[in-house]
Design a protein around this ligand. Structure first.
Ligand SMILES: [Zn+2]
Ligand SMILES: [Zn+2]
Length: 306
């Protein structure tokens, strides 16, 4: 698993790699534009080349782009939908330019409106963004389920994938669609993942509803709020309701070990995840893997033959 952190690209794209290296990351995630503004950031060719070179020279093997929170692909307002489409398309093109593993997107919000039509609108916007861009994957993130946010359950994610990938684009575009699983959002939306057995059961349900290989990236965040609270409040790794045991269970899940996994926690000084926390996540993964190995060895031991 490529464990790392969300970092700022302030001062230029290659700075994001520098910050990732300082924190001991194997993967990073960035916003490709100011999180509070619609205006897209245009990368200059030399910045893209410098970024790619810095990444090649670093231990960082994956970069994710997080689409900004302003986007609502499901909005009833055609103007917001058009802006969301333009921004998402831009992010996918930026992702292709810098060789991102994917653009992570909160699928949208129905606000107070009807959910099935919101899913249909989100699907249409996402399909259009995929059609207007090449190569880069799009990962729909599961949500904590606050308000009308879409993607709170595997059932809803499956509907969104169908709405976005079932259209005329066919196989190629469907193949570019994946899912990003956030540990805090899973827990807040009612999936108990605090033990390896619980996490494995959740993943079986995930595979049954979304198909194999659909989860392409991960967010590791602890949760400040309890199971099923539907509130999105990230806690530092091991310091929330998941605790060290829950984080270890998530990080050691079989089938997710090749994926990038970034922290989006408040951090020790509320400056985002730092080196200590990234190291802690790596250690917790090792702990989880060892625990699973012991368990497997214990259960496979046959009673002695008479
Ligand atoms: Zn997240
Ligand atoms: Zn969140």
């Amino acid at each position: 698993m490529l464990i790392g952190a969300h970092v700022s690209p302030a001062g230029g794209l290659p700075k994001a790699i520098e910050r990732g290296v300082e924190r001991g990351c194997r993967a990073i995630q960035i916003f490709n534009q100011s999180p509070r503004m619609w205006r897209p950031t245009l990368y200059r060719e030399e910045d893209v080349a410098a970024f790619r070179q810095a990444m090649a020279d670093s231990p960082i093997d994956a970069v994710l782009i997080h689409a900004v929170y302003l986007l609502n692909c499901a909005s009833e307002d055609p103007d917001i939908r058009a802006k969301s489409l333009a921004s998402l398309t831009h992010s996918l093109r930026a992702g292709a330019a810098i060789g991102a593993a994917g653009v992570v997107l909160h699928p949208g919000s129905a606000k107070t409106g009807d959910v099935p039509s919101a899913i249909a609108r989100a699907g249409e916007t996402i399909a259009e963004a995929l059609a207007e861009s090449d190569h880069c994957e799009l990962h729909l993130e599961n949500t904590a389920g606050a308000g009308g946010t879409l993607g709170r359950s595997f059932e809803e994610l499956a509907q969104l994938l169908d709405a976005a990938g079932g259209g005329g684009g066919g196989g190629a575009e469907r193949a570019r669609l994946g899912v990003c699983l956030d540990s805090c959002h899973l827990f807040a939306s009612g999936y108990d993942i605090r033990t390896p057995a619980d996490m494995d059961a959740v993943m079986r349900r995930c595979r049954r509803l979304l198909g194999a290989g659909r989860v392409r990236s991960l967010h590791l965040n602890d949760s400040q709020t309890p199971l099923g609270s539907n509130r999105d409040r990230h806690a530092n790794v091991g310091e929330g309701e998941l605790g060290e045991g829950g984080c270890a269970a998530f990080l050691s899940t079989p089938g997710l070990q090749r994926l990038p996994c970034v922290l989006e926690t408040p951090g020790e000084k509320r400056a985002g995840p730092g080196q200590g926390e990234v190291q802690r996540a790596m250690a917790l993964r090792e702990r989880g893997l060892a625990q699973r190995k012991r368990k497997a060895a214990g259960t496979s031991r046959r009673p002695p033959r008479p």
